[in-house]
Design a protein. Structure first.
Ligand SMILES: Cc1ncc(COP(=O)(O)O)c(C=O)c1O
Ligand SMILES: Cc1ncc(COP(=O)(O)O)c(C=O)c1O
Lengths: 278, 412, 412, 278
C-alpha cells in the first residue's frame, strides 16, 4: 500500500492542485505549504508545459505566469525537494516534458529524478493508457503510482484497460471539457462513480469543484476524494493581480482548503454506511 | 486495425475524454475510407470533382522551365475550390462526420485556408461549424476570416500566446474535449493523433494520384523530383504519397526558414518553422513527431512570413520519411519566399500562396536539384496574402517586386 | 467573310485610325479562330485546360434544388484560374495577339476581373500589358488592382466621368488608337466593333459546350432553362450559345436592376444597368446595340452594386436575341443581389461574385420559371467583392447576412 | 462646287474647331465669331457627345463643360442658326447623336435639321466608310458635304474606299492617337499627304497643330488646309479657369486665329509652285 493509497484510507481525501512557480518560486512554496496546513491529503503539483491542452483559462493563466517566472523541470524538482510538507505529492504534467527530460530518450530519467525529490505519483493528462507502458514500467520500477484520468466518455473495454493500469487513485473527470471552477456540480459525477464501483482503487473526482458545498455533495455521492485546482488558482491569480502579500494569499488558500476539507468530511458523515475501502 | 505509428512517430497522445471519439473515428476511417462502406469514397470523389473542381491540371511552366533548364510542371491545387489543397481534406472529413452522425464541426486554422475550406465544406453539407483562429493570424488573413463568416461559420479568436496556429489547435482540442459527443474536429493537416495523419494523407493523396498519371501522360516518364512546401505537411504528403515507392523520384519538403535557422532558447522563439530540418523528437498535439522545442521540451514559438507554415510541429509520417532518407527536408527563408512569390506572379501569371512560394524559392536556389523533369505542387493561391505581401514587400528590397505606387496609402 | 451584324445590331463604329487594325483582327479571327490555322485553337484549348483549369464542373446544387423544387445545376466558372469566366476570352485574345505578332496588350476593366484575367494571360504568354480602370472601380475592387500589379501589368487610373467601366473603355480605345500598330486591345466582353462580339462569344462558348454535354450526361436531357447575369454579356453568351438552337431551353439574361429601373434624365443617370430590359437602340463603343441613353442619345451613367455589370451597353448579339424573343431579359436589384450573395455563400459554400449573385437573385424571385432542370452560370467568385459586400451589407437590413461582429472597425 | 470646296479654292484654308457651348452658350458664340474674324475659312463646330473616344484630354474637357452647361443637339442647332458668321460650318459629332435625333430612326432627321440651320458639312469621328451609307445618302440628298478622316494607318483599298465617298475636304489625321495640341509636327504628315496626291479633293491636316509655325510647315508640305482644335480650346479652358471676361478670351482666340492663318499663308507662299486645285 503506497502512501497515496493510505491518504485515502481513512475518510475522504482532499487533493488540491497548484501550478508550481505561480506566480513565482517563493510564493508558490508558501502556497503549497498553506494547502498542507489546510488539510490536504495529497497534493498535485503541476509542472508547467507550454501547451496545456487539457486546461481551461484559469490554469492556462497559472502555467503562463509560472513559465514567465522561469519555471523549468529542473527548477520544479528543486522546488519539490525543498518543500516542507508531509503529504504525498503527485506530479501533474504533459508527456513531452517527461519524455524530453535527461539525456536519454524515454520517461525513465524523469521518473528517477521525481523519485529522488520525493514525488510519489504522476498524472499525465495527454497520456492515455494506450501510450503509457514506458512510463508505467518506469513508475513501477521506482515505486511511483501512475494515476489515470477516467472521463465521462470512458466506458466498457477502455475503462477496463485503464482500471487495470491505474494505481494510487483514479482521477474521475466530473464533466467533459477542460479544467475550470464551476458554479454547479455536474450530473455526470454520480454516473461516473457508479461505473467504477466494481474496482477497489480510490476514486477522486475533479473538474469544476469550487466550494465546500460542492465537495460535500460529491463525497455524499460516493467519491473517495475531491481534486480542486482552478478554484485555488483563482485565489493565486487574484492575489497576483492585486499584488497582495504572499502571506495573505497563503492564508486565503489555507482557509479555502479548510472549507473544502470540511465539506468533504461533512459529505462523508452523511453517507449511508457502506463497507469501507481497504 | 490500421497502425497508429510511422516507425517511432505518431501515436495517440490526447486527453482521455477524447479517446472514445478517436476510437470511433478510427473505426469510421477504416470502414468508410479504407473499405468504402456505403460508397463513402465514391461520394467523396464525386463531390471533390463537382464541388471541388478536381482533377486539377498538371501544367507545363514554360518560363520556369527555361529559367531552370528543367521541364517544370505545376500541380495546380490553387484551382481547387477555395483556393488551396485544403478542401481535399476538409470535404473528406466533413463528409465522414456526416456518415458518423456528428452534428457539429470544429476546426483550427492558421492561414485561414483550412478554415475557409472547412467552412465551405460545412456549408455545402449543411453542418454547423466553428473555427478557432489566432488573433494575430486573424489580422494577417482578414479576407479568409470574412469568407468563413460568409459561409455561416463562427470564427472564434484565440488570444492566448502568440495567437497563431499552435494556440488555435490547443483551443480547438479544448472545444472538442468539451463537445466530443456530437462534434467532429476537422484537423487541417497530417498532424494530431492517429488516425488523423493517415486519414488526412489519404484524402490528400489525390494530388499525387493525379500528378503521377498526368506526368506519365505528358512526358512518358516519372519526374526526377517533386517539391512541396511543408507546414503540417498535408499538401506535402498529398504530393509525395504515390511517389514514395518510386525510388528514383527525389522528394523535397520545403520548410519555412523564416528569418533565421538559429533559435533563441532564452525567449523560447525559433524564428523559423523548420521542424523537419532542425527540430527533434517529441510529443505535441497528440502525436510523437519532430518539433521545435527547447531542451526542456517546451514548445517554441515558430515564425514564418506565411501563416500556414507557422507551426512548431509536422506530420509524423514526414518525420519518419525524413529519418528513412526518403524525403529530403530543406528550407527557404522569408526573403526568398517573397522573391519567389513575385517571380511566379510575373513569370507565369500565377499568384501563389506565400506558403507555396517557399517551394518555388527552393527551385530557384537549387535548380541543379530538379533533374530533367520536376513537379512543383502549387498548394494554393495568394489572394489571401495580398495584404501581407504589400506590407512585407515594403519592408524589404525585393528585386522581383513590382513598383507599388498605385497603393499609396498602404494596405488594401 | 464573317458578317459584322446580328440583325440590325453590331457593326464597326470606330475611328478610322483603328479600322486597319480591326480589319487585320478580322482576318486573324477568321484564320486562327474559325479555321484553326497553325493549330491556334488546339493551343488555345490546351492552355485553357492546363493553365485555366478547364473543364469546369457542372455541379448539382442540393440545397438550392430543394429550396426551389427544381434540379439546379451550377456551371462552375468561378473555378477558372483567376476566379471568373473572363480568362476564357482573355487567354484567347492574348494568344491571338501573339499569333498576330503584336507586342503589347491593353485592356479595360470594370470589376477588375477582366483586367486580372488579361494580366494573368499576358504574364503567362510573356506579353507586356496595360489596363485602364476607372478610379471609382479601383477603390471598389482593390484586391484585383493589386493582383494585376503583381502579374506585372500597369494599371492606369481613369479619372474622367464617374470612373467606371464606360470611361475605362473610352480610354483604352484612345490608347489603342495611339498605339494601334503594335498593340492589341483585349476587350473584356461581347461588345465593341466586329469582330469582337463574335470572337469573344466564340472564346466563351466553351461554357455552354461543356455544360450542354455535362447536363446530358448527368440528367439524360437538356435543361428547361439557363440563367446567366449580363453586363456586357460575355458569360451570358458563353452560357447560352450552344443552347440557342435548342428551342425548348429558356434563356434568361439577368441584368442589374440597381436601386431602381426609373431613370433620371435630368442628371443623365440610370440607377441600374438594365440595357437589354430598358435600353434602346444606339451606337456605343463601336457597335449598334441596346443602350441606356437619354432622348438625345447621350449615354447615361449606369449603376450597379457590382462593378462588372455597371455598364450602359450590352453585346449586340444579345440585343438581337432579345428582339427575336430567343433570350428573355430580366432584372434583379442591388438588394436582392446582395441577399442572393449571402444565401449562396451559406447554402452551398460558394461565395459568388456580386455580378453572379444577380442570376441567383432571379432564381430566388422566380422559382416557377426554372422548370424541372435549370443551369445557373456561376460566372465568378466573390473574393474580389468582400470589401464592397461588408460595406453594402452594412447599409441594409439583409435577412440572409451573417452577423459581422468580427469586423468591428470596418473594411478588410 | 460646294461653299466648302470654294473655301479651299484660293490659298490654304484655316479650319478651326470649337466645342459648341463651351463653357456656356453666349461665350461660345462670341468665340466662334472671333475665329471668323481671325480668318477662319471653314469652322468645325463640335456637338458634344458624352463619350468622345477620339478626343484627348483638352477636347474631353471642352465637351464636359459644354454638357454640364446644358448643351443638347437641339440647342446646338439653335446656336448655329443664331451665329453671325459668313464661312461654311461643319458639324463634328459622334454617330449616336446623329442616329438618335428626331423621332425617326436613322440619320436623316439630323441632316435635315442641320441643313435648315445652315450647316454645310458633317464629320463623324466614329463612322468609318463601311457604316456611312445611310448618312452619306442623307447628306447627298440635302446637299451637305460628308468629310472623312484619313489616318496614318489608312492605306490601299481602305484609302480608296474613303476617297470615293469623301466630299468637301478630307481630314488628314497627322498622327495616330487622339486630338491634342503638340509641341512638334508629326513626321507622318508628309507621308500622308503623299499618299493622297492622286485625289483632287482638298486635304486639311489636323491633330496636334498648335502654332503659326506648325501651320506654316504643314502648308509648305502640301496641305490645302489646317485644322486646329485643341490649341484653341486651351485658350477657352484657360479663360474659364481664370474666369476672364469673354471679350478678352475672344480677343485671344482671334489673335491665335490670325497667327495660324498667317502661318498657313506664309507656308503657301514658300511652296514650290504647283498646279492649283480647281
Ligand atoms: C496554400 C497552403 N499551402 C500549404 C499550407 C501548409 O499546410 P500543409 O503543410 O499541411 O500543406 C497551407 C496552410 O494553411 C496553405 O494554406
Ligand atoms: C464574375 C463576373 N461575372 C459577370 C461579369 C459581367 O460581364 P459579362 O456580362 O461580360 O459576362 C463580370 C464582369 O466583370 C464578372 O467579373
Amino acid at each position: 500500500m503506497s502512501r497515496i493509497d493510505e491518504a485515502f484510507a481513512d475518510g475522504p481525501a482532499f487533493v488540491p492542485y497548484l501550478a508550481v512557480g505561480d506566480p513565482d518560486y517563493e510564493s508558490s512554496k508558501a502556497y503549497v505549504e498553506a494547502l498542507a496546513r489546510g488539510g490536504a491529503d495529497v497534493i498535485e503539483l503541476g509542472l508547467p508545459f507550454s501547451e496545456p491542452v487539457a486546461e481551461g483559462p484559469t490554469i492556462q493563466g497559472a502555467v503562463t505566469r509560472a513559465l514567465e517566472a522561469g519555471m523549468t523541470p529542473e527548477t520544479y524538482f528543486e522546488f519539490v525537494g525543498e518543500l516542507d510538507v508531509d503529504v504525498p505529492l503527485v506530479c501533474m504534467t504533459y508527456y513531452n516534458l517527461i519524455y524530453q527530460f535527461g539525456s536519454d530518450a524515454g520517461p525513465r530519467p524523469f521518473v528517477e529524478r521525481a523519485a529522488e525529490v520525493g514525488i510519489e505519483g504522476i498524472v499525465v493528462p495527454d497520456l492515455p493508457a494506450e501510450e503509457a507502458s514506458p512510463l508505467r514500467d518506469a513508475c513501477d520500477d521506482l515505486g511511483l503510482d501512475l494515476v489515470f484520468i477516467v472521463a465521462p466518455t470512458t466506458e466498457g473495454e477502455r475503462l477496463e484497460r485503464i482500471m487495470e493500469q491505474v494505481s494510487g487513485y483514479v482521477y474521475v473527470q466530473a464533466r467533459l471539457g477542460v479544467t475550470g471552477a464551476r458554479d454547479d456540480v455536474s450530473d455526470k459525477t454520480d454516473d461516473a462513480l457508479a461505473r467504477l464501483t466494481e474496482w477497489n482503487v480510490p476514486k477522486a473526482v475533479g473538474f469544476g469543484i469550487k466550494t465546500g458545498e460542492h465537495a460535500e455533495r460529491i463525497v455524499t455521492g460516493g467519491a473517495d476524494g475531491i481534486i480542486v485546482g482552478s478554484a485555488l488558482v483563482d485565489i493565486v491569480a487574484e492575489g497576483h493581480r492585486e499584488a497582495r502579500p504572499a502571506e495573505d494569499v497563503a492564508a486565503d488558500l489555507e482557509a479555502k482548503a479548510r472549507e473544502l476539507t470540511e465539506g468533504a468530511e461533512s459529505g462523508y458523515a452523511q453517507r449511508v454506511p457502506e463497507p469501507e475501502h481497504t | 486495425m490500421s497502425t497508429s505509428k510511422f516507425g517511432e512517430y505518431g501515436g495517440q497522445y490526447v486527453p482521455e475524454a477524447l479517446m472514445p471519439a478517436i476510437e470511433e473515428l478510427e473505426d469510421a476511417y477504416e470502414r468508410y475510407v479504407l473499405d468504402n462502406e456505403d460508397g463513402f469514397m465514391d461520394e467523396f470523389r464525386r463531390r471533390l470533382r463537382d464541388f471541388g473542381g478536381r482533377p486539377t491540371p498538371l501544367q507545363h511552366a514554360e518560363q520556369l522551365s527555361e529559367r531552370y533548364d528543367s521541364e517544370v510542371y505545376l500541380k495546380r491545387e490553387d484551382l481547387v475550390h477555395g483556393g488551396a489543397h485544403k478542401l481535399n481534406n476538409a470535404l473528406g472529413q466533413v463528409l465522414l462526420a456526416k456518415y458518423m452522425g456528428k452534428e457539429r464541426i470544429v476546426a483550427e486554422t492558421g492561414a485561414g485556408q483550412h478554415g475557409t475550406a472547412t467552412a465551405m465544406a460545412a456549408a455545402h453539407l449543411g453542418m454547423p461549424c466553428e473555427v478557432y483562429m489566432g488573433e494575430r493570424d486573424i489580422n494577417r488573413q482578414r479576407p479568409n476570416v470574412f469568407r468563413m463568416r460568409l459561409n455561416g461559420t463562427e470564427v472564434n479568436p484565440v488570444t492566448i500566446g502568440r495567437g497563431t496556429l499552435k494556440e488555435a489547435i490547443n483551443e480547438t482540442m479544448r472545444d472538442w474535449a468539451t463537445n466530443v459527443e456530437d462534434t467532429h474536429y476537422v484537423i487541417g493537416s497530417v498532424v494530431g493523433p492517429h488516425p488523423f495523419p493517415r486519414m488526412v494523407r489519404d484524402f490528400q493523396s489525390v494530388i499525387s494520384e493525379e500528378a503521377r498519371e498526368q506526368i506519365r501522360e505528358q512526358t512518358g516518364r516519372l519526374p526526377d523530383s517533386v517539391l512541396a512546401c511543408a507546414g503540417g505537411g498535408s499538401n506535402t504528403m498529398g504530393a509525395f504519397h504515390e511517389f514514395t515507392q518510386d525510388a528514383e523520384v527525389d522528394l523535397y519538403a520545403v520548410e519555412a526558414g523564416g528569418s533565421s535557422l538559429e533559435v533563441n532558447e532564452e525567449e523560447g522563439v525559433a524564428p523559423n518553422s523548420a521542424s523537419l530540418s532542425t527540430g527533434d523528437e517529441g510529443v505535441l498535439h497528440g502525436a510523437r513527431t519532430k518539433l521545435l522545442q527547447d531542451t526542456d521540451g517546451q514548445i517554441m514559438e515558430s515564425h514564418s512570413v506565411s501563416s500556414g507554415l507557422d507551426y512548431a510541429g509536422v506530420g509524423p509520417e514526414l518525420a519518419h520519411l525524413v529519418d528513412e532518407d526518403r524525403v529530403t527536408p530543406v528550407t527557404v527563408d522569408d526573403d526568398a519566399a517573397l522573391e519567389a512569390f513575385h517571380r511566379l506572379s510575373q513569370d507565369e501569371g500565377i499568384i501563389p500562396a506565400l506558403e507555396t512560394a517557399h517551394a518555388f524559392g527552393f527551385a530557384h536556389e537549387n535548380p541543379e536539384k530538379l533533374g530533367d523533369v520536376t513537379i512543383i505542387n502549387v498548394s494554393g493561391r495568394g489572394d489571401k496574402d495580398l495584404e501581407s505581401v504589400i506590407e512585407e514587400t515594403g519592408k524589404r528590397d525585393i528585386a522581383a517586386a513590382p513598383d507599388m505606387d498605385v497603393f499609396t496609402g498602404g494596405g488594401l
